[in-house]
Design a protein around this ligand. Structure first.
Ligand SMILES: [Zn+2]
Length: 433
């Protein structure tokens, strides 16, 4: 009876009992899942705190930092190798080895402004220089690599990879050839060379008029990143003065001997140039005049060219320097002996050209100094003197034998070369248009 009642009640509430059981089961499962999860997290934490793992992680991340670093340094004013190397965080012994190496090398013992130095440094264990490169000039680098015994560097000279391009430019002269050419992006070296080529036949102060024009084909050397590293030869030049073309063609008339000839195969080169300076204004000619400083009338035994301070002065002919020093009223002056009959003097210079000193042989058009106002002078100008057989003469009236004329086979070769250059010119012009 009792059993029956209990069974009845159970049956009556069976759904309810099942529900309670399910709830209990769910709680139990969730509880164990939770405990398990906590254990897992604990285990993971323990794993991460493990010293061995930490060390290997450190190793992995440290290897992500580059082992080698490359440093590019550009030399600033007043820099020495010592202060450059002291800026790097490398051991003192490394600095010492570097300084020993560079001071012993004659190619690089003098630092130049904007010169580039590249270092490759190994940061592993003891930081050390693996190799370094120093620019010698625009075309050459010197590369130093560590030797096996680790204490010295072995050097080798590396030629930079330069790409030659042929450039055509033309322009109209509004104020000066120099400005017009510069505006076209022609490098000063090429402009000076252009002026030098015409220096025998053209007086840049008096012969050039506004709206005269010029054309030029020349070589340019670019490095891998496309920047112009150097200028090469002028291949063709034309100066159109008052509707007259003065054309010049580059021609190799002997092995490695280059000269410029007009369309009739005549060289324009003369023993001396009329104007040893480019872009200058003739300010006082040869003859009697009142001296601007001394006040009295005196024979002016030279020609004055007014030009901004620093304008390059060229040697008007091949020869050797017989004086490059102070000469009193003439300030810093250079005297050149060209041959047994001709000598030239250049006075009032602000400074001498690189390497210009007594006894040095020089080429026509080579820069011997820069315009200044040293000595007895009222402003920056070049006082230019030509001496013929010991007598000072008027440089602007100088009559010199004209250059050689190509004949025979050489003339035939020149005619072929001339046609090639003319074709090149029209090709380059068509590329522009
Ligand atoms: Zn003078």
């Amino acid at each position: 009876m009792n059993k029956k009642i209990i069974f009845k009640i159970i049956r009556k509430y069976s759904y309810f009992i099942w529900l309670i059981f399910l709830i209990f089961f769910t709680i139990l499962v969730t509880y164990f899942y939770d405990i398990n999860k906590k254990n897992q997290i604990n285990y993971l934490n323990k794993f991460l705190k493990n010293i061995y793992l930490n060390n290997s992680l450190k190793k992995i991340t440290s290897e992500l930092k580059p082992r080698y670093i490359n440093i590019e340094y550009k030399v600033k004013e007043g820099d020495t190798y010592e202060n450059i190397i002291n800026n790097l965080s490398i051991p003192n012994l490394e600095k010492k080895i570097f300084l020993n190496t560079v001071t012993k090398n004659k190619n690089i013992n003098i630092l130049k402004l904007n010169q580039k130095i590249f270092f490759r440094i190994d940061k592993k264990n003891n930081t050390k220089i693996v190799n370094f490169t120093i620019e010698i000039n625009k075309k050459k680098n010197i590369f130093f690599e560590r030797n096996d015994d680790d204490k010295i560097f072995i050097s080798k000279i590396i030629e930079k990879n330069l790409l030659k391009t042929i450039v055509f430019k033309e322009g109209i002269i509004k104020n000066s050839l120099y400005n017009a050419a510069l505006k076209l992006g022609i490098k000063p070296n090429t402009i000076v060379e252009f002026a030098r080529l015409y220096g025998f036949q053209v007086d840049f102060q008096r012969d050039i008029w506004k709206n005269d024009s010029f054309q030029i084909i020349y070589e340019e050397f670019k490095n891998e990143d496309g920047s112009i590293i150097d200028t090469g030869n002028i291949i063709y030049a034309n100066l159109n003065i008052q509707s007259t073309d003065l054309q010049l063609y580059k021609f190799e008339f002997e092995n490695n001997k280059i000269d410029y000839f007009d369309e009739n195969g005549k060289s324009v080169r003369k023993t001396l140039m009329k104007t040893p300076i480019n872009g200058a204004r003739l300010s006082s000619s040869f003859g009697k005049r009142k001296h601007p400083i001394l006040g009295f009338t005196k024979m002016h035994t030279g020609t004055d060219f007014a030009a901004p301070k620093g304008t390059p002065i060229m040697s008007s002919g091949d020869g050797s320097v017989i004086k490059a020093s102070w000469c009193g009223g003439g300030g810093n002056c250079v005297k050149i002996k060209h041959n047994s009959s001709y000598q030239t003097i250049y006075a009032h210079m602000s400074k001498f050209g690189r390497g210009i000193k007594k006894g040095v042989r020089i080429k026509q058009g080579q820069i011997i100094g820069y315009v200044g106002s040293t000595g007895l002078s009222t402003g920056p100008h070049l006082h230019y003197v030509v001496i013929e057989n010991g007598k000072k003469i008027n440089s602007q009236k100088l009559k010199l034998p004209s250059g050689k004329i190509l004949k025979g086979d050489l003339r035939k070769k020149f005619e072929v070369k001339k046609i090639k250059i003319d074709v090149l010119k029209s090709e380059l012009i068509s590329k522009i248009n």
